[in-house]
Design a protein around this ligand. Structure first.
Ligand code: FAD
Length: 546
């Protein structure tokens, strides 16, 4: 073949871009999980097509290549304390708020909207995380903040119309002048993030409000319109709502010090902040700060798990897509036995991850007024966050390797997914803290936890499930439970995932997963599970139709 002058070679054997896909229609495990947990398909395919477009993928790259910048001062030295974002970031905020991801699980008056809103929102969140996860930080905090604000019905009634709005308004104005608002959260201080009781920030009563002085070492999405913060009031650690503007219209005393230079999550701003006599409303009783804000944290933990499952799904899709188009030694990579075993094993992990997060979302949907589902949500939220969020980084790395050198290069999406993944395990309670929380749930209501475990054994009637349940119960109640908890909590989440697959009408996949993750001794990497050829073909066809 003759080539035009200056063209040195023909480009071939590269996979076409993975874009312009319907993120819902192409994803059988997601469809099955949505249906099994009471969700309706209505609108999900349209949403999936829109978010899977080449344009949205390009916007995701732009939002992360152009991270936010803190503008502390204006040209004349006056303090501004504002964040400047790339238009792509604003684009995503408008899209997610327009779709109601920040509020769809609440009714307009701030009550629980009820089933299947959690499941349907989780499905959307899962798809959004595949495209751009950073902007979901303020989205998830806004939806979760309502959980804590419910401790103060009067304040909630004032803020809820602005929270419930589906109009994104990025202007730096008092919250009451805006068409819609977002909320953030400030708990972590320099001396402690896990141990918030050591918070040194002080709150002084000042009539119908408080004045807060101190700092937060991490406070994400600082352009939010208000923040739920913890501070020491006279009667102990208390939850407050701190708006960016005081009621008289002046800029409130939040002084942004610096933006964190983060490994990933780069489209999202995370700041260090000082509070200078900042105006705030108390939320809940003095001294009950942890109790109040935990209502918010439970919801953000669920979202961390959904987001990590979404990151894994996109990494898997990129790997399967590439291996179907790349030929090595005269054979498609997807037909090489070892690559098939590896990608099928990755697909199995995503089957389990999406099944368990959607089942957990259903537990949240039904928790109010249903002791069994609220017990399940209480026990499994930390366990599922622990397992899914910890699985994601190693999983994404393995998917990256399926693309060879292309996987490591920033032009593709894998490096961003890889850098994004660890934060979900660290924030909203790091790994060990999740295990301690499982122990706490067990100590508070052992009977409910035993019932949840028993339901898993019924759902997965296999010897390895029974053995795992016995190991979990024994380990988590042993005198040295803290030292042993990580292994048992991991098994708890894996067993919950096998049960979720079985409950989704996928007993074959449940059996494969239980056998591979609970039964046989497993290698340290994916692709070491000896799945047979039929199982591999089944899993890969479910991952992306051939
Ligand atoms: C990008 C980013 C954004 C963030 N945004 C926010 C935000 O918006 N608002 C906010 O409040 N915080 C935010 N954080 C802070 C985050 O929530 C904390 O970093 C996290 O909770 C851990 O707290 P720490 O950093 O003080 O670590 P530590 O509390 O010192 O914990 C260090 C390690 O010790 C482990 N550990 C703690 N206690 C025990 C124990 N008893 N036994 C065994 N191990 C234990 C933890 O699991 C962890 O691995 C953000 C963090 C990051 C990275």
């Amino acid at each position: 073949m003759s080539l035009p002058r200056y063209v040195t070679h023909e480009v071939f054997n590269q996979s076409p871009p993975y874009e312009d896909v319907d993120l819902f229609a192409i994803d059988r495990p997601l469809q099955d999980a949505v249906r099994a947990n009471g969700g309706r398909d209505a609108g999900l395919s349209e949403f999936g097509r829109h978010w899977g477009s080449a344009d949205m993928m390009a916007q995701g790259r732009l939002a992360n290549e152009n991270p936010p910048r803190l503008k502390m001062f204006d040209a004349k030295g006056f303090r501004r304390d504002v964040i400047e974002f790339h238009p792509a970031y604003h684009h995503f905020m408008a899209e997610s708020i327009g779709a109601g991801l920040h509020v769809s699980t609440w009714s307009p008056d701030g009550n629980v909207a009820g089933p299947p809103n959690e499941v349907e929102r989780a499905a959307r969140y899962y798809m959004v995380a595949q495209i751009e996860n950073g902007h979901m930080c303020p989205i998830t905090m806004t939806r979760a903040s309502v959980g804590a604000l419910r401790a103060d019905p009067t304040l909630l009634a004032r803020l809820m119309p602005k929270i419930a709005s589906r109009s994104y308004d990025p202007r730096f104005l008092p919250w009451w002048e805006k068409t819609g608002i977002t909320l953030g959260m400030g708990m972590t201080e320099k001396q402690g993030g896990t141990d918030v009781r050591a918070n040194s920030t002080r709150a002084e009563p000042a009539g119908d409000h408080y004045r807060i002085t101190g700092h937060k070492w991490f406070m994400s999405a600082p352009m939010c319109d208000a923040f739920l913060v913890l501070a020491q009031a006279p009667d102990g650690l208390t939850c407050f709502a701190m708006p960016r503007f005081a009621p008289d219209g002046s800029v409130n005393g939040l002084r942004l010090q610096r933006l964190k230079d983060k490994l990933g999550n780069r489209s999202n701003a995370s700041c260090e902040v000082e509070f200078v006599d900042a105006f705030a409303w108390r939320v809940g009783e003095e001294g009950r700060g942890v109790r109040t804000i935990i209502e918010m944290v439970q919801l953000t933990r669920l979202d961390c798990a959904i987001a990590s499952a979404g990151l894994m799904r996109m990494a898997l899709a990129q790997a399967v897509h590439h291996t179907r188009h790349r030929t090595v030694f005269q054979k498609r990579l997807a037909d090489q036995p070892m690559m098939r075993a590896l990608t099928a094993d990755l697909a199995l992990e995503v089957e389990a991850a999406v099944a368990v997060v959607m089942r957990l979302a259903r537990a949240f949907d039904h928790a109010s007024g249903n002791a069994e589902e609220s017990g399940r949500a209480r026990l499994l939220t930390p366990a599922v966050k622990y397992w899914v969020c910890k699985t994601a980084p190693a999983f994404i790395y393995e998917a990256m390797e399926c693309l060879g050198g292309n996987g490591y290069v920033e032009d593709g999406m894998l490096p961003r997914l890889f850098r994004e993944a660890p934060v979900n395990a660290i924030w909203e309670g790091s790994g060990n803290v999740m295990c301690l929380d499982v122990l706490r749930a067990l100590a508070r209501d052992g009977e409910a936890a035993r019932a949840v475990l028993a339901s898993f054994v019924t759902a997965v009637p296999r010897p390895e499930a029974k053995t795992a349940a016995a190991f979990i119960a024994e380990t988590l109640t042993a005198p040295d439970a803290e030292a042993q908890a990580r292994a048992a909590v991991e098994q708890l989440a894996v067993l919950a995932a096998a049960a979720a697959l079985a409950e989704s009408g996928l007993p074959d996949v449940a059996t494969l997963f239980a056998g591979a993750r609970l039964g046989r001794r497993r290698g340290a990497t994916y692709g070491t599970d000896s799945l047979d050829a039929t199982a591999a073909a089944h899993l890969l066809a479910r991952a992306i139709p051939v």
